[in-house]
Design a protein around this ligand. Structure first.
Ligand code: HEM
Length: 520
C-alpha cells in the first residue's frame, strides 16, 4: 500500500516537474528529467560529465537546459548567442566565486586570509603598485599575471629562456633519461607522455621561477604531472580517502614553493617579474608565505598542464601521419634551416627567428594545433550569477551556476562543419573563420580567456617543430617491439573526467615512439 502510494507520489512529482511546469511557467528554468529528487543528475555528472552535457544538448537542442546536481542548479549554455551574453556581461556572470573556490580547495588559503585577498582599496587594501582601477588584492594578482603574458617585453623574457632550454634538451645527446625507455647510439625508444612532460615542464618552470625551484625539488615535474592527473578529485570535493593521494602531491609542491619564497630574492634569481611582484604585493597586504605559495601553486599548475597536454596530443596525431608531417616540414624549413646555421644559437635569436613565422606563416602546422585544441577540449567554463537575470526569457536566480561546456561546442557540426568527431588536420586551414567562432573554446573566452594563449601556442609549436625537424618518429604499436620495448595502442581521450581545457589520456595510456635522427 505504502509502496503504491510512494510510486504514485513520485509519478505525480515527475509529471508536474518535467511535463506541466515547463508549459505552465515558460519563464522558469527547464530541467533535463531526472529520477531522484534532490540528487538529480549527480551520479551521471560524477561518472562522465561530458556524456551528461551531450545528452542534455541532444534533448534540448538550442533551448536552455538546466541540470540538478545534489540540490544545486547548473544552467547549460550551449549556443553562440547564449555564450555571447555570458562573455559580455562579466558582472552578472562572475568568475570570482570559482577563483575563491580555487583559493579554498586547491591553494588552501585560510578563511581570514581570503578576506584580505578580496579586500578593495576602499576596504583598506593598499597595493605596492599604482592601482587606478581600485582593484582588490586578488584582482591585482590576476592583473600582474596578465601583464606577464601580454606585455611584449615580459612575455619575451619568459620565452627566450624557455625556447633555449627546449632547443637544448631536444639535442640527440641531451634527451632526459626519464623520457627514454631504452636507447642505443642511433635509436631511442621514448614515452611521448614523459618526453612532453620533461622537456616542456623543466623549460617553463626554470624560465618562470629560475632554476632554484627545480633544485629544491628535482622531481617537481613528475609530482606536478601526478597532481594534474589526480586533481579532478579535489575539484569534485570527493571524500578525504579519495583525495589524499592528490593532496599529498599538492602539499609537497606548496611546501617547495613556501621554501622557495622563504629564501631572499637574491638566492632565487632568474625568475620572471610576476613571481616577485605578486609575492611582494601579497606580503604587503598581509598574506603569509604559505598563502602566497598556495596561490602561486595554481599558476605553476596552469603554466604547465595544458601546454604539456596539447603538445602530447598534437604529436600523437602527427606521429601517425607522415603526409602531414612532410607538409609541416616544408612549412617550417626556412625557420629550422636558419636555426641550423647557428649551432650555438641563444634563446633571444630563437625567439626572434620563430616568433612570427611559426605563429603566422605555417598554415597546416597551426591548423593542426587548433584542431588539437578542438578535438581534445573536454573542460567547461563556469560562472555564478551575481543577481537575478534572464537568458532567452528564462529567469535565472542570483547565485546560480552557469556552465559553458567546451566539448558540446567543439563537436558542433553547425559550427565546425562535417564530421566533427574526426581529427581533420586541415579543418582550420580550409576555413580560417572557425577560429573566431564563439563556439571555439580552446582557450576559453570572456573573462576566462586564457592569458597564456600566445606563450602556450609558441611553446607547443616550437617544441613540435624542433622534434619533427630533427627526428623521425615512428609509433610502436601493441604488437611490435623495439629494443625489447613493447608498444601501446593509440591513447584514448578521457572524456569522463573534468579538465581545465584539453582532456588527459585514460589512465595507463601513452604513445611509445621510436626516435631516430633525420638525415638533413
Ligand atoms: C596550449 C596551452 C594552453 C591551453 C590549451 C590553455 C587553455 C585554457 C583554457 C581552455 C582556459 C579557460 C578556462 C575556463 O574558461 O575556465 C584557460 C584559462 C587560463 N589559462 Fe590557459 N591554456 C594554455 C596555456 C596557459 C599558460 C602558458 C598559462 C600561464 C600561466 C595559462 C594560464 C591561464 C589562466 C591564468 C587562465 C584563467 C583566465 C585568466 O585569468 O587568464 N594558460 N586556459
Amino acid at each position: 500500500m505504502l509502496a503504491a502510494f510512494s510510486l504514485l507520489l513520485w509519478l505525480a512529482w515527475r509529471f508536474w516537474v518535467f511535463s506541466v511546469c515547463p508549459r505552465l511557467y515558460r519563464n522558469q528554468l527547464e530541467y533535463l528529467p531526472y529520477w531522484i529528487p534532490f540528487l538529480g543528475h549527480a551520479i551521471p555528472f560524477l561518472r562522465n560529465t561530458n556524456d551528461l552535457f551531450a545528452r542534455a544538448k541532444k534533448e534540448f537542442g538550442h533551448r536552455l537546459c538546466t541540470l540538478r546536481i545534489a540540490g544545486e542548479d547548473i544552467v547549460l549554455v550551449t549556443t553562440a548567442a547564449q555564450i555571447s551574453v555570458i562573455d559580455k556581461d562579466r558582472r552578472t556572470y562572475a568568475f570570482e566565486p570559482f577563483v575563491d573556490l580555487m583559493y579554498d580547495e586547491v591553494a588552501k588559503v585560510s578563511r581570514e586570509r581570503k578576506l584580505i585577498l578580496w579586500r578593495t582599496p576602499a576596504e583598506g587594501y593598499v597595493s605596492i603598485f599604482p592601482n587606478p582601477k581600485q582593484l582588490s588584492c586578488a584582482h591585482t594578482g590576476i592583473a600582474l599575471l596578465h601583464k606577464q603574458f601580454s606585455q611584449p617585453d615580459a612575455l619575451r623574457s619568459f620565452m627566450v629562456n624557455s625556447l633555449a632550454l627546449v632547443n637544448q634538451t631536444l639535442q640527440w645527446d641531451s634527451f632526459y633519461e626519464t623520457s627514454m625507455l631504452r636507447s642505443t647510439s642511433d635509436v631511442k625508444v621514448v614515452s611521448l607522455d614523459s618526453l612532453c612532460r620533461d622537456v616542456i615542464m623543466d623549460a617553463q618552470v626554470a624560465s618562470f621561477f629560475g632554476t632554484r625551484l627545480l633544485e629544491l625539488e628535482p622531481n617537481l615535474r613528475s609530482i606536478l604531472k601526478e597532481w594534474d592527473f589526480e586533481s579532478w578529485r579535489v575539484s569534485y570535493k570527493l571524500p578525504w580517502v579519495l583525495t589524499k593521494r592528490a593532496t599529498r602531491f599538492r602539499d609537497r609542491l606548496v611546501d617547495v614553493l613556501t621554501h622557495y619564497y622563504s629564501l631572499p630574492a637574491a638566492q632565487r634569481s632568474g625568475s620572471v617579474a610576476f613571481v616577485n611582484e605578486v609575492y611582494d604585493d601579497y606580503k604587503h597586504a598581509g598574506l603569509s608565505d604559505r598563502d602566497t605559495a598556495g596561490i602561486v601553486f595554481t599558476i605553476l599548475w596552469g603554466l604547465n598542464s595544458n601546454v604539456t597536454v596539447i603538445a602530447y596530443w598534437m604529436l600523437a596525431h602527427l606521429a601517425g601521419n607522415l603526409t602531414v608531417v612532410d607538409q609541416i616540414r616544408e612549412e617550417i624549413a626556412p625557420i629550422m634551416q636558419e636555426i641550423d646555421t647557428h649551432p650555438d644559437i641563444d634563446g633571444a635569436s630563437l625567439f626572434e627567428i620563430t616568433k612570427n613565422p611559426l605563429l603566422t606563416q605555417c598554415p597546416i602546422f597551426n591548423s593542426t594545433f587548433h584542431e588539437t585544441l578542438r578535438y581534445t577540449g573536454t573542460g567547461s567554463s563556469f560562472r555564478k550569477t551575481t543577481r537575478d537575470t534572464t537568458i532567452e526569457g528564462r529567469r535565472i536566480p542570483q547565485g546560480t551556476i552557469v556552465a559553458i561546456p567546451q566539448r558540446v561546442q567543439m563537436m558542433s557540426e553547425e559550427a565546425f562543419g562535417p564530421d566533427p568527431a574526426s581529427f581533420d588536420y586541415y579543418r582550420f586551414q580550409r576555413d580560417k573563420s572557425l577560429l573566431r567562432k564563439v563556439e571555439f573554446r580552446g582557450f576559453g573566452g570572456g573573462t576566462t580567456l586564457c592569458s597564456g594563449r600566445i606563450a602556450g601556442r609558441h611553446q607547443v609549436l616550437a617544441f613540435a617543430a624542433i622534434l619533427l625537424w630533427r627526428y623521425d618518429l615512428e609509433i610502436i604499436g601493441p604488437d611490435q617491439e623495439v629494443l625489447g620495448v613493447r608498444g601501446k595502442p593509440f591513447p584514448r581521450l578521457d572524456e569522463a573526467k573534468p579538465s581545465l581545457g584539453p582532456g588527459r589520456t585514460r589512465e595507463g595510456d601513452d604513445l611509445i615512439l621510436k626516435v631516430t635522427q633525420r638525415k638533413l
